[in-house]
Write a protein of this length. Structure first.
Length: 116
C-alpha cells in the first residue's frame, strides 16, 4: 500500500468514526511580514502600497498587474517565483541575483496576503 493510499484510508476511517481530520497539507512557505518589508523597499515604487498598481509610476508602466486580483492570485507559487526572478515583459526587471530563496518565499507570502 502506498503512503497516499494509507492516508486516504485513514481519512475514510476517521470520517466513518466521526473523528476530526488532522490537516496534512504542507504549511505555507514564507513570512508575509518579512515579505512586506522587501515589497516596500523594492516593489512598492511600481506596484503601489496596496499592490494594486496604485503608484505614481503606474501611468508609465504598460504591464503592471494588480497583485490582489484573482488572475494574479491564481498563479502558482512557482509562476510567481519565476516572475520575481526573471522579470515580466519590458517593464519589470528580474531579481534572481538580488533575493535568496527564503526572501522570495517571503515576498510570495506577502503577495498572497493581498488577496481580496
Amino acid at each position: 500500500m502506498t503512503s497516499r493510499n494509507a492516508l486516504n484510508l485513514v481519512a475514510v476511517v476517521g470520517v466513518l468514526l466521526g473523528m476530526p481530520l488532522i490537516a496534512t497539507a504542507t504549511p505555507p512557505k514564507g513570512n508575509p511580514v518579512a515579505g512586506q518589508k522587501i515589497f516596500v523597499g523594492t516593489c512598492e515604487i511600481c506596484h503601489g502600497p496596496t499592490g494594486r498598481g496604485d503608484s505614481s509610476m503606474a501611468g508609465y508602466i504598460k504591464t503592471l498587474p494588480d497583485l490582489s486580483s484573482t488572475k494574479t492570485q491564481q498563479k502558482t507559487d512557482a509562476e510567481l517565483r519565476r516572475t520575481l526572478q526573471k522579470g515580466h515583459g519590458p517593464d519589470m526587471v528580474g531579481y534572481e541575483w538580488v533575493f535568496n530563496d527564503a526572501q522570495l518565499d517571503d515576498v510570495i507570502a506577502y503577495i498572497r496576503s493581498l488577496k481580496r
